[in-house]
Design a protein around this ligand. Structure first.
Ligand code: NAD
Length: 467
């Protein structure tokens, strides 16, 4: 079954765009460059498929379970393609495929609850839940499969159909995922479209779309919200983060150093809720810098296909240029690289894992989202100063507090202005919990039952009790 509209049009040869392996910097394949005008037919078919798909929740639950199995069965092919186009180590790609299947399974078993409302009057009021229609899911390149599943699994189980658009940097694993899911889902219930802008902009503003669920950067999120305003579609935005890790003065540095390092550097730092700034008490600052720098200097960096590799390349050339630019700016501002600080020689988009110290607090590597393997470590003198600094950006995705006294750490975590605060680890999630950034980090709630209800609308039936 074709997953791409352009492949259905007789006589039309779809344009294609290059897909680059970030470990070599070379093109290794191509993907269809679908044009905005193709979306009318895609959305129209998604709308027609919705009528059948929304009818029976049992069919949907069964299909999502079958889909989860199919994803696992295709795990080797999906993981390899993901590593080739995204760059992450193969073991992490396998973990991402597993999380994709886990999301399908988790949401397969979720159902909205019908509720009766009583308010003392002799009336009967029942709240039921209805699907919305075709949902546009637009996702970035850092976790193409699991972020897509976090959108399409709740949307589908709720009875919606989905048009899924991956980033042009990582279209291929998603394309394969679409083919795999097509073996479990009725035709046109989930359609993958690939292409360069303005494909996403057109999808976000398409009048047939009833919910735009977007994960990506803050500026694009704003553009998506504006585009969706045209049709007044519901908008869910999961945007960037600049999470702070606040270390308390009773922290045991060596004990937490591995966890802290990987909370910042997993997926080469390209994680929305990675630790992007560390605040350490002044008396522990040098020890923290040393512990992190030692790990940054010795971690195995290389192609994700090499089983020794723990840290792959940055995903794409523009992102590498951004990482390099904020690092150079920090060094020009007076920072010192305790590890790294530069691109690595040779082919591919490799940047040396970097620990920065003596960074002025106003430097962009602190105030903006670096989204790469670069971590500033800043000293603080009072806890209030650290909390103010942690809360002092426009972001509010996550944050963490690290220390031995858990009550005290918990009290500091309470003061963080963010959606998720962790204690003694970071970026750990349960499928059953809500995920929602505050301030510029997001609008709406994903995850758990909240993610399901985000794809439904209430429908109320109200009558006199004696009618
Ligand atoms: P991006 O905003 O550049 O792109 C995200 C997606 O939007 C891509 O599919 C892109 O092709 C598409 N797009 C680009 N312009 C568009 C437009 N005008 N209208 C509609 N769609 C458009 O983000 P990125 O560089 O791919 O990803 C990195 C960003 O994603 C970081 O800021 C990161 O923090 C964020 N992110 C957030 C979460 C979260 O859950 N909060 C998770 C992962 C990544």
């Amino acid at each position: 079954m074709p997953t791409f509209e352009s492949e259905r049009v007789p006589g039309r040869q779809p344009a294609r765009f290059a897909v680059v392996d970030p470990a070599t910097g070379e093109t290794f394949d191509e993907a269809p460059d679908q044009q905005p005008d193709e979306l009318d037919a895609v959305v129209d078919r998604a709308h027609r498929a919705w009528h059948g798909w929304r009818a029976d929740p049992v069919v949907r639950t069964t299909a999502l379970r079958v889909a989860a199995n199919a994803v696992e069965a295709a795990g080797d092919d999906l993981a390899r393609l993901l590593t080739l186009e995204q760059g992450k180590p193969l073991a992490e790609s396998h973990a991402e495929v597993a999380r994709t299947a886990a999301r399908l399974r988790y949401f397969a078993d979720l159902a909205p609850r019908t509720r009766q409302i009583t308010d003392g009057r002799p009336v009967h009021s029942e709240i039921r839940w209805r699907s919305l229609g075709p949902v546009a899911a637009i996702v970035p390149w850092n976790f193409p499969l699991q972020l897509a599943a976090a959108k399409f699994a709740p949307a589908l189980v709720a009875g919606n159909t989905v048009v899924l658009k991956p980033s042009p940097f990582t279209p291929l694993a998603t394309r394969l995922l679409g083919t795999v899911l097509a073996t479990a889902l009725p035709e046109d219930v989930l359609t993958v479209v690939t292409g360069r802008e303005p494909l996403g902009a057109r999808l976000a503003s398409h009048p047939g779309i009833r919910h735009v669920t977007f994960t990506g950067s803050v500026p694009t999120g704003r553009a998506v919200a504006e585009a969706a305003a045209a049709s007044l579609a519901r908008v869910t935005l999961e945007l960037g983060g600049n999470d702070a890790a606040v270390l308390l003065d009773d922290v045991e540095v060596e004990r937490i150093a591995d966890r802290l390092f990987w909370a910042a550097f997993r997926n080469c730092g390209q994680v929305c809720m990675a630790v992007k700034r560390v605040y350490a008490p002044a008396q522990l600052h040098a020890e923290v810098v040393e512990a992190l720098a030692q790990r940054a200097k010795t971690v195995a960096v290389g192609s994700g296909l090499n089983p020794e590799t723990r840290l792959g390349p940055v995903n794409n050339a523009p992102q590498l240029a951004r990482v390099e630019q904020v690092t150079k700016q920090a060094l020009a501002d007076g920072a010192r690289a305790a590890a790294g600080g530069h691109r690595l020689d040779g082919p591919g988009y490799f940047f040396a894992p970097t620990i920065l110290t003596d960074v002025p607090p106003g430097s962009p590597v602190v105030t903006k989202e670096q989204f790469g393997p670069v971590l500033p470590v800043l000293p603080y003198r009072s806890l209030d100063e650290a909390v103010d600094a942690a809360n002092g950006t426009g972001f509010g995705l996550g944050g963490s507090v690290w220390g031995t006294d858990l009550d005290r750490a918990g009290a500091v975590a309470d003061r963080l202005e963010c959606g998720t605060a962790w204690i003694n680890h970071h970026a750990e999630l349960s499928l059953a919990q809500p995920f929602a950034g505050v301030k510029n980090s997001g609008v709406g709630i994903a995850g758990g039952p909240w993610g399901l209800y985000g794809n439904l609308r209430p429908f109320v039936v109200h009558r006199p009790q004696e009618a």
